[in-house]
Design a protein around this ligand. Structure first.
Ligand code: SF4
Length: 468
């Protein structure tokens, strides 16, 4: 209770971080001129879909509205959610031409802005995607699955809010309320068809969904190292699983606090890969920021391997009640093992996006990663490969139920194939997709006999430090 109260006191909010409503909205975070486009659309979406109930403040903030960012003073009415709210959570993300770091195809609604000159110029509209979602259930692999969002069409800036609301209310009125495992929008679209959802959206919004213009190639910015942002610089600091803490000789929390209280830094942005952009640094203050990080023992982007920089994990054990296995706590040692495997295969230092979760709900987006590791039991994981850097392709399952300690040797022959047959500059995910899972499976080692028994002795060992 105190934590949520204090978060509000710091002018942040956890409102709609959970529940069957539109959740917090993600947008490309880079603090350059793109924010002039993204800021207003995100704020408009937040204003339209923020739950109007006063219960949040009554329960969590003791009615002390002086510390809330947006006190609600009138009787609560829910113009979008009505009395029933939504069948399930609903996620919205706004990407940027050429930067799909927010993984818009994994969102219930994804918006891609279109600009007059491709990646720059005035905003002309948005391509709207709907029906993405990553959760699935091991117990129901026949009828639960991750799905990429489907393109609905292009709309103008003055139509986009009504179009998004039309998608939300279609899901509110027709989404599955009987079976929570099948309650997300993706199942409604698969059951009713893409034409049906388009008709619903056009009828409810009054906007015509137009053919989408050609878009710049999808990519995903890493935001690591020093990056120019107008007259100033931003430093993209990789943070293992986004955990801000002082531990293991790294005083990250103290370093960030010192920077936050200094005049050398004007802001922080959280990136979709759990890292931080330290922003507003003038070129002459660059050395000061670096010295603060170094003095606190914080590894900088250039100090860690590419795989370390690009790996993320969900909290899993012990924080998440849904977790079947470890993720965040074993990620550092797991990445170390895979880095060695890459070196042995002749592709040491390869930049690969690795997303690990403790259960099939997929919170760290393993199903669109180049390598996805999904917790199945306390000791075993499903291994996926083949997602695209730009997020527009699903990874495929290479093998299910692999003991944690066997994953590097499972991937070793795939890395070796990539070392020999990977086309120049081809990403590991693209290589796996080009060769195909059916072919990759033929080079895998034979599954471990009695793997459950063996797995007991190779159970991933979480570090003490992760227990906080
Ligand atoms: Fe929890 Fe991770 Fe599963 Fe999400 S994916 S529900 S954070 S264990």
């Amino acid at each position: 209770h105190r934590l949520v109260h204090d978060i509000n006191g710091a002018l942040l909010t956890t409102l709609a971080a959970c529940g069957d409503v539109v959740r917090n909205i993600m947008a490309s975070p880079f603090p350059d001129e793109r924010q002039a486009v993204l800021g207003p659309i995100v704020q408009s979406l937040v204003d339209r879909f923020r739950p109007q109930t006063t219960s949040y403040w009554e329960i969590w903030v003791d009615g002390d509205k002086a510390v809330t960012a947006e006190p609600v003073t009138s009787e609560p009415v829910e113009p979008v959610y009505g009395e029933t709210y939504l069948p399930r959570k609903f996620k919205i993300g706004v990407a940027w031409p050429g930067d799909n770091s927010i993984d818009l195809f994994t969102q219930d609604v994804g918006l891609m802005p279109t600009l007059r000159s491709g990646t720059s110029g005035d905003l002309t509209g948005f391509v709207v995607y709907a029906g993405g979602g990553l959760g699935m259930s091991h117990a129901r692999e026949d009828d639960t699955y991750p799905r990429l969002a489907t393109e609905l069409g292009w709309v103008t800036p003055d139509q986009v809010l009504d179009v998004v609301e039309a998608v939300v209310t279609t899901q509110r009125d027709h989404g599955n309320r009987a079976d929570r495992h099948r309650a997300r929008l993706k199942y409604l679209i698969d059951e009713q068809g893409v034409d049906w959802i388009k008709e619903q959206v056009e009828a409810r919004s009054g906007a015509a969904l137009q053919p989408s213009p050609a878009l710049p190639e999808f990519g995903a910015d890493d935001y690591h190292g020093w990056l120019p942002t107008g007259d100033t610089l931003s430093y993209g600091l990789p943070i293992p699983s986004g955990r801000v803490a002082d531990r293991d000789g790294v005083a990250l929390r103290s370093a960030l606090r010192e920077l936050a209280e200094s005049t050398e830094v004007t802001g922080f942005q959280v990136t979709p890969r759990q890292d931080l952009l330290i922003s507003g640094v003038t070129p002459k203050n660059r050395a000061i920021v670096e010295s603060v990080l170094r003095r606190h023992g914080v590894p900088m982007a250039e100090d860690v391997t590419a795989l370390t920089r690009l790996s993320i994990a969900c909290p899993a054990l012990p924080t998440c009640g849904q977790a079947l296995g470890e993720a965040e706590r074993v990620l550092p040692q797991f990445v170390e093992l895979l880095d060695k495997t890459l070196v042995d295969a002749g592709v040491g230092g390869q930049a690969i996006r690795l997303n690990m979760t403790g259960c099939p709900n997929g919170c760290s987006r393993p199903y669109t990663a180049e390598i996805g590791i999904v917790g199945r039991t306390k000791t075993n994981y499903d291994v996926y490969v083949g997602g695209a850097v730009g997020g527009e392709r699903m990874a495929e399952r290479l093998r299910a139920d692999v003991p944690y300690a066997d994953i590097p040797s499972l991937l070793a022959p795939v890395f070796a194939g990539f070392a020999v047959d990977g086309h120049g500059g081809e990403s590991f995910g693209d290589y796996c997709a080009r060769v195909g899972t059916e072919q990759l499976i033929t080079v895998l080692p034979i599954p471990t006999v009695k793997r459950r028994r063996r797995a007991e002795s190779s159970e991933p060992a979480a570090t003490e430090a992760g227990d906080e």
